[in-house]
Design a protein around this ligand. Structure first.
Ligand SMILES: [Zn+2]
Length: 177
């Protein structure tokens, strides 16, 4: 996808998440994970129309897919996601934040440092609000005003990201030490 289309897509997804904390945090989490978005588009969970309309996430479709993509799912399941255990754990947490099924906390223990920080941030966002999550200091490089990093941040006058070293563009996990 063209980088400009990617930016538009993410901003449309963020806008269409609405005002509730859960969907906003879940949308942020799916995008920040990174690797999931193309697969979510392929399977129709994300409708991506950055140039000709708007883009949005079907949380019902996401819940159906992530439930049936786990081992032991029904044979007549929707098209299975081609996703790693980490990606499925992130998707399942995102669905949980939107109210579609109960969280499998055991699988969350499989996440690596980066995805654990993303998941914790999103959970804190959904439970305590975005400013609460941001204030925990789990991640640096995010806009103080919206929690998206450049270029996804669309704040009129975005706060300058903090100057900590980054692992991915504009985003890094704070050391646990
Ligand atoms: Zn911002």
């Amino acid at each position: 996808m063209d980088p400009n289309d990617q930016i538009t897509l993410v901003r449309q997804l963020a806008d269409n998440a609405g005002g509730a904390k859960g969907p906003r945090a879940a949308t942020w989490l799916l995008v920040q994970h990174g690797g999931l978005v193309p697969e979510l588009i392929r399977t129709g969970i994300i409708t991506a129309l950055p140039n000709s309309g708007t883009s949005y996430i079907s949380w019902k479709a996401a819940a159906d897919h992530c439930t049936t993509s786990f081992p032991g799912s029904a044979a007549d399941a929707p098209r299975a996601l081609d996703a790693t255990d980490s990606e499925l754990a992130i998707l399942k947490l995102a669905c949980t934040l939107t109210g579609y099924h109960a969280v499998d906390l055991y699988r969350l223990g499989w996440l690596d440092d980066r995805n654990r920080a993303l998941a914790t941030y999103a959970f804190a966002w959904a439970t305590g609000g975005r400013e609460y999550a941001h204030g925990l200091g789990l991640l640096t490089g995010l806009c103080d005003g919206c929690s998206w990093q450049p270029p996804y941040c669309a704040c009129p006058q975005p706060e300058a990201p903090s100057s900590a070293p980054v692992r991915t563009p504009g985003l890094t996990v704070r050391s646990a030490s």
